[in-house]
Design a protein around this ligand. Structure first.
Ligand SMILES: Nc1nc2c(ncn2[C@@H]2O[C@H](COP(=O)(O)OP(=O)(O)OP(=O)(O)O)[C@@H](O)[C@H]2O)c(=O)[nH]1
Ligand SMILES: [Mg+2]
Length: 329
């Protein structure tokens, strides 16, 4: 029998995430960033006082909401089934849901350990148009630099003139070298040259931008395979990370994007951006169900600190608005 736990009214926005040293209330940003999806899942969900008829109503309502939040048909069905089975021993829907959701994401929590990468390491950033590739690169470069890494960027998006400039001006502001050629140059050759330069200049991490492409444009997808091939001539392990950027707001489309990019070029990590702009952040559960690919980062805004390492427990607890330190009730 389910009942909603008493809602903790304390404002936790002043809590600092101690994994970061900036002193900013980062947990509050995450909380705010996930608020639309949280609202879609739980906002106004009827409280259940105990009789089984009520818990059925709650489950039905929750099922619909999971679907609306793009958790996907299969994952939704499994979650609801599991909740239904557990309802004898669990007094609290949120706690049961929390455990089930966390189980689903835990295996995908594998932060990118930059200290364990060889030098120079290549991080190749791919994804469809406008998902946040270039801004994510800026955020990552900033973060790696703050950890004492020597970072270089490769302007592999040779398709749009503005793309090269976007990266160059960003690099200038942050004193990070950017290797670029003219618009229309071969993307693979820009990234290859950048890798050679990174080696010569004892760079730790080279992050390569690429043009946004639709996952059904086979010639452009083939270009990614070519990038991988030419990098392999310098180091057979390169790229050391192929990071696929997905926009949380694209819902189930993120599934087909992942499938096609993974087919074209082994994707080794996901960064899911723009949680702050969507109520469909449940797509993370659909992705986790379908692919055995670590979720490296989630994006909850446009500022550098809004790109966060993905931690399953923190994500779920913030999504469901339960205290991160809550005991395993
Ligand atoms: N609200 C929000 N905006 C984001 C986030 N990540 C990126 N953006 C914004 O998304 C827009 C597109 O970002 P870009 O980095 O240019 O995307 P891109 O994938 O490089 O785009 P193309 O190169 O055109 O394919 C920019 O306005 C970013 O500020 C996020 O987590 N939240
Ligand atoms: Mg871009």
């Amino acid at each position: 029998m389910f009942s909603f736990g008493k809602k903790d009214k304390t404002d936790r926005s002043d809590k600092t995430d101690h994994r970061f040293s900036s002193g900013q209330p980062l947990r509050a940003k995450l909380r705010e960033g996930l608020s639309r999806t949280r609202q879609a899942l739980l906002g106004g969900l009827p409280g259940i006082s105990g009789d089984s008829a009520d818990s059925e109503v709650a489950l039905e309502e929750l099922e619909m909401r999971l679907l609306m939040a793009d958790v996907g048909v299969e994952a939704t069905r499994e979650i609801i089934d599991e909740l239904g089975k557990n309802n004898k021993d669990t007094g609290n829907l949120i706690n049961a849901l929390r455990r089930i959701l966390q189980d689903r994401l835990q295996a995908h929590e594998k932060p990118l350990e930059v200290d364990e990468l060889p030098s120079p390491a290549v991080i190749l950033v791919v994804g469809v148009n406008g998902v946040g590739k270039t801004t994510t690169i800026g955020k990552l470069a900033h973060r790696f630099q703050a950890r004492g890494k020597k970072v270089m960027l490769a302007a592999g998006d040779t398709f749009r003139a503005a793309a090269v400039e976007q990266l160059q001006s960003w690099g200038e502001r942050h004193d990070i070298p950017v290797i670029a050629q003219t618009t229309g140059a071969d993307s693979a050759s820009v990234i290859y040259d950048a890798f050679a330069a990174a080696r010569a200049r004892h760079i730790d991490i080279l992050i390569a931008d690429t043009a946004g492409r639709l996952h059904n444009q086979s010639n452009l997808m083939e270009e990614l395979a070519k990038i991988k091939r030419v990098l392999g001539r310098i180091d057979t392990d390169a790229p050391h990370e192929t990071l696929l950027i997905l926009d949380a707001g694209t819902g189930q489309n993120a599934i087909s994007q992942t499938q096609e990019f993974h087919r074209a070029i082994d994707v080794t990590g996901l960064a899911v951006t723009k949680f702050d702009g969507t109520a469909r952040g449940g797509v993370l559960f659909a992705l986790a169900r379908r692919f055995d690919i670590p979720v490296r980062y989630i994006g909850v805004g446009e500022q550098a600190e809004d790109l966060r390492d993905f931690h399953a427990a923190e994500f779920i607890d913030t999504l469901l608005d339960v205290e991160h330190v809550a005991s395993d009730a």
